[in-house]
Design a protein around this ligand. Sequence first.
Ligand SMILES: *[C@@H]1O[C@H](CO)[C@@H](O)[C@H](O)[C@H]1NC(C)=O
Ligand SMILES: *[C@@H]1O[C@H](CO)[C@@H](O)[C@H](O)[C@H]1NC(C)=O
Ligand SMILES: *[C@@H]1O[C@H](CO)[C@@H](O)[C@H](O)[C@H]1NC(C)=O
Ligand SMILES: *[C@@H]1O[C@H](CO)[C@@H](O)[C@H](O)[C@H]1NC(C)=O
Ligand SMILES: *[C@@H]1O[C@H](CO)[C@@H](O)[C@H](O)[C@H]1NC(C)=O
Ligand SMILES: *[C@@H]1O[C@H](CO)[C@@H](O)[C@H](O)[C@H]1NC(C)=O
Ligand SMILES: *[C@@H]1O[C@H](CO)[C@@H](O)[C@H](O)[C@H]1NC(C)=O
Ligand SMILES: *[C@@H]1O[C@H](CO)[C@@H](O)[C@H](O)[C@H]1NC(C)=O
Ligand SMILES: *[C@@H]1O[C@H](CO)[C@@H](O)[C@H](O)[C@H]1NC(C)=O
Ligand SMILES: *[C@@H]1O[C@H](CO)[C@@H](O)[C@H](O)[C@H]1NC(C)=O
Ligand SMILES: *[C@@H]1O[C@H](CO)[C@@H](O)[C@H](O)[C@H]1NC(C)=O
Ligand SMILES: *[C@@H]1O[C@H](CO)[C@@H](O)[C@H](O)[C@H]1NC(C)=O
Length: 505
Amino acid sequence: MKYYKLMRCICFFSAYVSFLSDIKHFEQNLELKHCKETETMVSLSIGKPSLFIIPLVVVLLTIFFCFLESASASAEEAAALFKWKASFSNMDNPFLTSWTLQPNASPCSWYGVSCNNGSKINSLELGEVFTNGTLDNFPFSSLRNLEYVDMSDNQFSGSIPPQIGNLSKLVYLDLQGNALSYEIPREIGRLKNLRTLYLSDNALNGSIPEEIGQLRLLSDLTLADNYLDGPIPASLGNLKSLAYLELNGNLLSGPIPPEFGNLHNLVQVYMDTNYLSGPIPPSFGNLNKLEVLYLSSNDLSGPIPPEIGNLTSLHDTLSLFENNLSGSIPPSLANLSNLTRLCLYNNQLSGSIPKELGNLKALEDLDLSENLLSGSIPSTVGKNLSNLQYLYLPGNNLSGPIPQEVANLTKLTYMTMAKNHFSGHLPQGLCQSGVLQYLFVKENMLTGSIPRDLKNCTSLLLLVGTNSPENSLRCLGYTQNWKSWNLATTISMANSRQTGVDVQT
Ligand SMILES: *[C@@H]1O[C@H](CO)[C@@H](O)[C@H](O)[C@H]1NC(C)=O
Ligand SMILES: *[C@@H]1O[C@H](CO)[C@@H](O)[C@H](O)[C@H]1NC(C)=O
Ligand SMILES: *[C@@H]1O[C@H](CO)[C@@H](O)[C@H](O)[C@H]1NC(C)=O
Ligand SMILES: *[C@@H]1O[C@H](CO)[C@@H](O)[C@H](O)[C@H]1NC(C)=O
Ligand SMILES: *[C@@H]1O[C@H](CO)[C@@H](O)[C@H](O)[C@H]1NC(C)=O
Ligand SMILES: *[C@@H]1O[C@H](CO)[C@@H](O)[C@H](O)[C@H]1NC(C)=O
Ligand SMILES: *[C@@H]1O[C@H](CO)[C@@H](O)[C@H](O)[C@H]1NC(C)=O
Ligand SMILES: *[C@@H]1O[C@H](CO)[C@@H](O)[C@H](O)[C@H]1NC(C)=O
Ligand SMILES: *[C@@H]1O[C@H](CO)[C@@H](O)[C@H](O)[C@H]1NC(C)=O
Ligand SMILES: *[C@@H]1O[C@H](CO)[C@@H](O)[C@H](O)[C@H]1NC(C)=O
Ligand SMILES: *[C@@H]1O[C@H](CO)[C@@H](O)[C@H](O)[C@H]1NC(C)=O
Ligand SMILES: *[C@@H]1O[C@H](CO)[C@@H](O)[C@H](O)[C@H]1NC(C)=O
């Protein structure tokens, strides 16, 4: 704050010096329009040592005016902020004890408040300060210089007032993690400088205003976990700078606008847990920077477009589970060679598991459960996917033996193959590495004994009977259904106590 004040004084100083050398520019400079030229102007004054007494007087005058000016400028802002604070239901908030009105005191030193070089408030960092209030009395008209506002993780309730559109210098607005309700005001589309807009985790309702599509500089947009309904406006396809998008956990319906294929800068997209319907637009294949794609838990239908195989930057998760996707798994997915999680469970996918998936060498989590897949598990899954930790295939129509190659997957921790038509014996050596913890094979046509070597897995839970926890194991890292898992219904085989148990079919 002190730094800013000093800078402002230099501006005044240069203004006066400039006045001495060119009287015509006096007015302009006094209005501080040429503060950028501070350095050159200061050196100009040094170049005129014969007049040194004048600059000295000027300095003194300047200091006087600086403090006078900044004090009065901030007094209005201080009063306005103080009035807002007075509307909080917890005014005694320990974080805001510095927010007091004293003569000539600047709000720039208040907790969470920062000012620009003209001592105007330009930043409010009030994240997680346990504030309980509304934005109704927020001094929108007094704080026109705000560029950065963080009020996340508080207990603000009520609406986002339309006057927010008056904060035309805003670059960063974070209101997530509050209890804000009502609709997102259309006026938000006036914040043309906005780069970050975080509104997740509130109780906002109504539809997403299409005016958000006017925020051409926006790179981060989160609207997740609200009650937003209606369609995703096609205008979001105008947000060419968008890199991070969260729309998940709302009541959004209708199709995914194909215009999203224009957003070449998208890196992470979360649209899961809504009521989106229709196909996955093939234009998604253009998003060549995309690293994470969550479209799970919607009503999407039609095939997985082969163009998804174009998304070679995907290196984390492709999550399409709990939709109504049909057709076969496109072999082009094999191009996603850095993918670590492929979650396609609970769809209507048919055909066989493409052997090309053996190309996904980075894959740690493969979940194809609850589909209509048939045929046998390609041996490439066991041969090539050496990083696989989770292999979930229950509830399909898969047949043939469980390939011996899976015993070579030395990181495999969870393997569930229940409710298929697998036949033959369980592979030998599944516990060579000793890391296998869950092996669920109930409701198949397996025969033979449980291999003795399973006792090498020190904490194995083996399910061979009819009482399994019903597919409660899912792709980890995002939806974890572990909580609902009832251990009492499982057959637990502790290390070394039982060997050679007959497999029930
Ligand atoms: C002071 O702020 C103005 C606008 O807020 C800016 O244009 C100017 O460059 C700043 N001056 C300095 C010296 O930082
Ligand atoms: C916030 O204040 C309102 C009333 O002013 C009160 O009903 C509510 O419980 C408070 N919320 C919290 C989390 O303190
Ligand atoms: C602020 O915004 C409101 C609502 O958008 C508008 O009616 C009003 O004219 C604006 N005030 C100023 C001072 O711009
Ligand atoms: C939106 O939220 C407000 C405040 O909670 C509520 O009064 C209103 O009924 C809600 N509207 C809809 C359509 O749910
Ligand atoms: C796939 O990517 C190539 C180049 O990366 C591009 O030319 C082509 O249009 C993309 N195809 C689709 C369907 O997205
Ligand atoms: C996948 O990669 C192969 C070459 O590795 C290329 O011929 C094919 O067009 C790619 N498919 C897609 C959908 O990108
Ligand atoms: C996979 O990741 C490696 C290392 O991060 C990178 O060099 C390579 O280009 C990536 N492959 C693709 C297809 O993006
Ligand atoms: C899923 O799609 C099929 C047609 O492919 C349709 O008959 C069925 O009603 C859809 N199910 C849901 C839940 O939308
Ligand atoms: C499996 O890995 C081998 C050796 O790295 C490779 O030659 C082969 O093409 C891979 N198979 C598949 C289906 O990707
Ligand atoms: C399951 O696969 C068998 C062939 O392996 C086929 O005859 C049967 O129709 C399939 N059942 C379903 C429901 O797809
Ligand atoms: C398992 O790996 C070993 C060496 O890594 C190899 O010799 C063996 O053939 C593999 N077994 C299968 C069934 O692929
Ligand atoms: C069991 O583990 C030990 C070392 O932990 C290893 O030497 C042995 O070969 C394993 N036995 C089997 C049958 O995998």
